[in-house]
Design a protein around this ligand. Sequence first.
Ligand code: AMP
Length: 237
Amino acid sequence: MGEAHHVTQAVHNDATEIRGARAVFLGPPGAGKGTQAQRLAADAAGLAHLSTGDMLRAAVKAGTPLGQEAKGYMDAGKLVPDEVIIGLVQERIGGGGERTTRLESWILDGFPRTLPQAEALDKSLGDECLTRVVAFTIQPEVLVKRLSGRRTCANCGHIHHIEFHPPKADGSCRSCGHAELLHRSDDQPEAIRKRLQVYEEQTAPLLDYYRGTGVLKELDADRAPEAVYQELLQVMK
Ligand code: AMP
């Protein structure tokens, strides 16, 4: 039986089979969307990981007008206005105007987060609808612990957790060895509570929006990252 199990896993563990994906990762903050998307994009050739949170944090760091506008919302755990984020995503995946070229294969991590965002995404995709929406499901109690222990590499963005996926012994990044790991300003208790509330009120309703489309798959995210990843490979096929 052990062997049969092993064979099954070997057959299913192939990220290279994922081609032409237009996928959305949906789920509350701390569910592991970013961690899983990072790994999948590294394993599957040509698959772009598009995190709207990462895009906004880069804009904040660079001090662009977008970053200056977004920072206050982000630090408070609120969503930035739809029109701001919709334009940003359309720019990245194409379809926002004639001058943009379309990306072939991508995962959207952290977008859409509201009904108007989901509708705008559908509209800009036109006939090329989404191939998959993966809903990461998890008990809210787990999320606070996950988020408050999260540390992100300032250089490569690798996501750590001080307890579950710690940095190297000298405190540096497990992936690139960079010394500086960041504790996100919105991974503090008050902003975490607000973000979870915002998720319930504004983002969770998207589950119903996608339920009727046939592309939605739910994934139990309350497990070790490896177990989640193996199932993710299956549902992305
Ligand atoms: P994340 O890294 O996905 O947790 O996003 C961090 C923060 O960026 C969120 O709490 C929001 O303030 C902002 N943000 C990211 N994506 C969106 C989105 N799709 N709509 C509105 N705000 C967003």
